[in-house]
Design a protein around this ligand. Structure first.
Ligand code: UD1
Ligand code: CA
Length: 462
């Protein structure tokens, strides 16, 4: 079995979060005010989704795992949508995008007289794990007198990243941005992920010392360690994993990170006892939950809010979101489950069947070509080929309630609101407009009329 090309991706969570008492001395600042011009988009970069969730929410989740005393997200003035995406966390407004150092300055105002450690994350570095951040902070706190500690990496190509230069004792000497680097400096492969933890005590003064005399005319946060070293405080370097720390600057990189995220999720799913017949073609959401011994066929997409119990068979080409699927059920091929679908134990939902806001009872079947919306289908009932619930009259949605052991004949239309009681039998082709009592046989269609010979010659002979 081949598992996509990036087979060496590693995004393991190394350690649990910091003990809460220590974490209270920690503030996390997430930078998200950049324009993201390289995305060529009307949407702020950090709102572009990975696994259906805005990139920035992945960062926020990693930060939340640390249980820090504060989380502040730095946004530009017109980014109400980013503020909404990170709520209830507070935001700080960076009035003009003058660089990453200036962005941290904007956050400092929100932090008041906070003197603990300040961990800076970048909203466009979304795959970072809580455990990695906890290790970074722990390493920083172990370093004697460290002013800052930088999370470094060695990417396949260092282009675009700030190059790291170390002193003989391994402490950080300086970081040189790509655009400021000489040809010799560009040869260095150790780069900063941008993520860094700093001592908050005195940081405001250091930030005030930053200047923008560089190729981009920006106040670079990465200059802070050098400023600290001038006051005699060393900074540390911790090396992390490129596959976890790479950033998104373009749509191509966004797609790469989506692949990496999906790859990791597929591995986690298989690890927890789920069979994926062709892992590369199955797409998950962060909240997808699947029980052991469930088998997922090829080309299946899970949107948000899906819970699947154990021993379920999902056949190829299904699109499933907001649904619960119970043990022993069989879904697909080519089924679409929309929000509110609740598929009962041992039930069967077959090809080209759409289910929305509907509870399908134990052992019930809808095997071919149907729509069940705003409805309940009782246990062991059979919803025939081509049958539909007519739930929408152009203005309102209405419910269809079908009891247990009911037979809905092929191509029946059930005009909601309507109730069909236990044991009833609806003849094929019926248009059901009134409630049906238990065990009744209903035939609701025009009687067949036959005119001898009058069909002859009506189809032109080829
Ligand atoms: C930055 C680092 C670089 C590092 C790379 C890692 C600096 C100067 N450079 O470069 O050393 O290797 O990340 O991915 O820090 N932002 C603001 N306000 C601003 C400018 C940026 O909030 O005024 C935010 C952006 O939204 C983004 C983050 O800061 O989330 C990084 O900015 P970006 O312009 O992408 O920096 P890079 O060029 O990638
Ligand atoms: Ca970036």
């Amino acid at each position: 079995m081949t598992i996509m090309n990036a087979a060496n991706i590693k995004m393991t969570d190394h350690s649990p979060s910091l003990p809460p008492v220590v974490a209270k001395d920690l503030a996390v600042v997430i930078l998200a005010a950049g324009k993201g011009t390289r995305m060529k988009s009307d949407l702020p970069k950090v709102l572009h989704p990975i696994a259906g969730v805005p990139m920035i929410r992945h960062c926020v989740a990693a930060a939340e795992g640390l249980n820090p005393g504060h989380i502040v997200v730095v946004v530009a003035p017109d980014m109400e949508n980013v503020a909404a995406a990170v709520a209830p966390h507070q935001t700080a407004i960076q009035v003009q995008q003058l660089g990453t150092g200036d962005a941290v300055k904007a956050a400092m105002a929100q932090l008041g007289d906070f003197k603990g450690d300040i961990l800076v994350l970048y909203g466009d570095v979304p795959l970072v794990k809580t455990g990695t951040l906890a290790s970074l902070v722990a390493h920083h706190r172990n370093g004697v007198g460290f002013g800052a500690t930088v999370l470094a990496m060695v990417p396949p190509s260092p282009t675009g990243y700030g190059r790291i230069f170390q002193n003989a004792d391994g402490t950080l000497a300086r970081i040189v941005e790509e655009k400021d680097a000489t040809e010799d400096e560009k040869l260095v492969r150790l780069v900063t992920s941008g993520l860094m933890v700093m001592d908050g005590d005195g940081l405001a003064e250091h930030l005030a010392q930053l200047n923008n005399k560089n190729a981009q005319g920006e106040f670079y946060l990465v200059d802070i360690p050098k400023i600290m070293s001038e006051t005699g405080r060393p900074s540390g370097v911790v090396r992390g994993d490129y596959y976890e720390l790479r950033g998104v600057n373009s749509r191509a990189q966004l797609a790469e990170l989506e692949m990496a995220w999906q790859h990791q999720k597929r591995l986690d799913m298989m690890d927890s006892g789920v069979t994926l017949l062709d892992p590369n073609t199955v797409y998950f959401s962060p909240d997808t939950q699947i029980g052991r011994d469930t088998v997922i066929g090829q080309n299946v997409v899970f949107g948000a809010g899906v819970t699947i119990e154990s021993g379920v068979d999902i056949r190829p080409f299904c699109h499933i979101e907001g649904a619960v699927i119970r043990s022993g059920a069989v879904v697909g091929p080519f089924a679409r489950l929309r929000p509110g679908a609740d598929i009962g134990e041992d039930a069967k939902i077959g090809n080209f069947v759409e289910v929305k806001n509907a509870k399908i009872g134990t052992g019930a079947k809808a095997n071919h070509l149907g729509y069940i919306g705003d409805a309940a289908l009782g246990a062991h009932s059979n919803f025939g080929c081509g049958a539909i619930t007519v739930n929408y009259d152009g203005k309102n949605k209405s419910r269809t309630v079908i009891g247990d052991h009911v037979m809905i004949g092929s191509n029946a239309s059930l005009i909601a609101p309507v109730t069909i009681a236990d044991g009833a039998y609806i003849a094929a082709g019926s248009t059901v407009t009134a409630d049906v009592e238990a065990d009744a046989l209903v035939i609701a269609r025009a009687r067949q009329v036959a005119y001898p010979q009058r069909g002859k010659g009506r189809l032109k002979k080829e």
